[in-house]
Ligand binder design. Structure first.
Ligand code: GLV
Ligand code: GLV
Length: 323
């Protein structure tokens, strides 16, 4: 039996699968571990299951020590990992791609539609007791049908998101490092450069990984290049957007609205964001469905079980360590 540490309570089924094979210890608190707790709890473990809120860098890897073979992230994003530091120490890193594509894509649509049709704002209004009856000019929103959808980042989630645009008969344009001819044929999407994406999108949704090259992919200049009627959606990572610049753009009518699942300095919001009615904000819940969270847990656990059995993991993010 190996010793496995889990940095936060996960759905029960994957944990049960892990407990059948190994000694499992779980953070007993209903909160993320502090840095000190993390450094203490990883010591001497053979494997650790981590969250996107756990920074796994050289000091944490060293605290875990030479027995530790794998840090398995319970997330598809892995910007919380210092990949080079792990690779240098021969430690395997894994994530949970694939199983959360649909849930995340659907959540991006929920934010898009909520922002376009002002759902949270009008829900708040109605509950306030201020409604005096139907009015022809009350709470007009933006049409979604037959508009142009922009997708930044055509990975697994971007593709799942774009594919759902058919229901609204939209023109789909996308930007990424390179075009995807197969996807273009299958979904009728068109590759464009970033300037065209910004200029022509009525709705622009971000599905990029957070990298040094994608930090502030949307800043003040990009917002100014968008239509004043446009809606920005972000279910990727907060720092893809300069949140301060977005607050100013939403306040000044540079763009029309936004739907945000992620924030630059979670759990804090940029000053002024929460006071704006033209932004829909939710607490990083894009993958938060029962089925998806269970599947993410199974992926993380499968990776740990395989590595502890001497097999290669299913979804390694630093395959150089396997060679
Ligand atoms: C969530 O943000 C994830 O990366 O899975
Ligand atoms: C709206 O309720 C309408 O009947 O047009």
């Amino acid at each position: 039996m190996a010793s496995v540490y889990v940095t936060r309570m996960l759905p029960p089924e994957p944990l049960d699968a892990l407990r059948r094979c190994h000694a499992v210890e779980i953070n007993p608190h209903d909160r993320a571990l502090t840095r000190e707790e993390l450094l203490r709890e990883v010591r001497g473990r053979d494997a650790v299951i981590t969250l996107l809120t756990d920074t796994i860098d050289g000091p944490v890897l060293d605290a875990a020590g030479p027995r530790c073979r794998i840090f398995a992230n319970y997330a598809v994003g892995f910007d919380n990992f210092d990949v080079d530091a792990a690779t240098a120490r021969g430690v395997i890193l894994t994530n949970t791609p694939g199983v959360l594509d649909e849930a995340t894509a659907t959540h991006a649509w929920a934010l898009l539609l909520s922002a376009a049709r002002r759902i949270p704002e009008t829900d708040r209004f109605l509950r306030s007791g201020a409604w005096t009856g139907w009015g022809p000019l009350q709470f007009l929103g933006r049409d979604v049908d037959r508009t142009t959808l922009g997708v930044a980042g055509l990975g697994r989630i971007g593709k799942a998101f774009a594919a759902k645009a058919r229901a609204f008969d939209m023109r789909v344009i996308y930007h990424d490092l390179r075009p995807s001819p197969d996807f273009e044929r299958a979904c009728g999407a068109t590759f464009v450069d970033k300037a065209t994406l910004l200029r022509e999108s009525d709705f622009l949704s971000l599905h990029l990984p957070l990298l040094p090259s994608t930090r502030h992919f949307i800043g003040a200049a990009e917002l100014a290049a968008m239509k004043p009627t446009a809606v920005l959606v972000n279910t990727g990572r907060g720092p893809l957007v300069d949140e301060k610049a977005l607050v100013a753009a939403l306040r000044d009518g540079v763009i029309w609205g936004a739907g945000l699942d992620v924030f630059e300095e979670e759990p804090r919001l940029a000053p002024g964001l929460e006071a704006l009615d033209n932004v829909v904000i939710v607490p990083h819940t894009a993958s938060a469905t029962f089925r998806t969270r269970q599947a993410m847990g199974m992926t993380a656990v499968d990776n740990v079980l395989r590595v502890l059995a001497g097999d290669p993991p299913l979804t390694c993010v630093n395959p150089a360590v396997l060679r």
